[in-house]
Design a protein around this ligand. Structure first.
Ligand SMILES: Nc1ncnc2c1ncn2[C@@H]1O[C@H](COP(=O)(O)OP(=O)(O)OP(=O)(O)O)[C@@H](O)[C@H]1O
Ligand SMILES: [Mg+2]
Length: 206
């Protein structure tokens, strides 16, 4: 690519551009195969990324409308946006992604490798946490306590989460318990996005 002198990136921007490419390539490798195809994001999601100020995002909709696919690419676009000129990141943002069922397996005290407690801290502190299919895991007092540990810490520090869920936020209490549902309502205020359409897996979607 040719740069005129006016287009030549400053040394700092050059480092950022290189780092961004490296981080995005690494993120692309983590995207599950069927979700790799780039997609256009819903306008409200694009606006959420562009105007991001620490808030969280709740993606809902019925089975197969594209919530998970959308969430992966939202994480990617969010990550990319952190490297825009003038953004304050010192290091590389850490994005953690979990399906809720796998999350609770990994958090168990008897999980292989015994990483349960250290994982709690990682998930409390990472820069962006994406939990897929929040309502998929069977709710119990134990799952609700684990969610409270994660969400309360992220809530008080204004650290974002991206949630996909086929349950509407006002019906979440049964899944997450009332205290998590209350925090999520504030974290995702004005950023609950309903994806509409048919189940794309059946081929009925437009
Ligand atoms: N915008 C899109 N364009 C084309 N294909 C898409 C798009 N979004 C999703 N898909 C495809 O549709 C299928 C279903 O998507 P996805 O798994 O994201 O749905 P979901 O809403 O998360 O479903 P579930 O509620 O069962 O978890 C996948 O094959 C996915 O790659
Ligand atoms: Mg899904």
């Amino acid at each position: 690519m040719h740069f005129s002198s006016a287009d030549t990136p400053s040394p700092r921007d050059g480092v950022l551009i290189e780092r961004r490419a490296h981080v995005l390539n690494r993120f692309d490798d983590r995207i599950p195969v069927i979700y790799r195809q780039p997609i256009d994001l819903h306008e409200d999601i694009a606006n959420w990324i562009a105007g991001w100020g620490g808030g969280s995002l709740f993606l809902t909709g019925s089975i197969g409308v594209g919530k998970t696919h959308t969430a992966w690419h939202t994480c990617r676009r969010w990550l990319q946006a952190q490297y825009a000129p003038g953004e304050p990141w010192q290091g590389s943002p850490l994005v953690k992604t979990y399906r809720s069922t796998a999350l609770f397996d990994a958090l168990r005290p008897d999980a292989p490798g015994g990483e349960g407690r250290s994982l709690v801290h990682e998930l409390q502190e990472c820069d962006l946490l994406f939990i897929d299919d929040l309502a998929a895991a069977k709710a119990s007092t134990w799952t609700q306590e684990r969610l409270f540990e994660l969400f309360d810490e992220r809530y008080i520090n204004r650290r974002p989460v991206i949630i996909t869920c086929d349950v509407l936020p006002n019906e979440l209490s049964e899944v997450t318990g009332p205290r998590v549902a209350s925090r999520l309502a504030e974290m995702c205020r004005n950023s609950v996005v309903l994806l509409e359409g048919d189940d794309r897996r059946t081929g009925a979607a437009a």
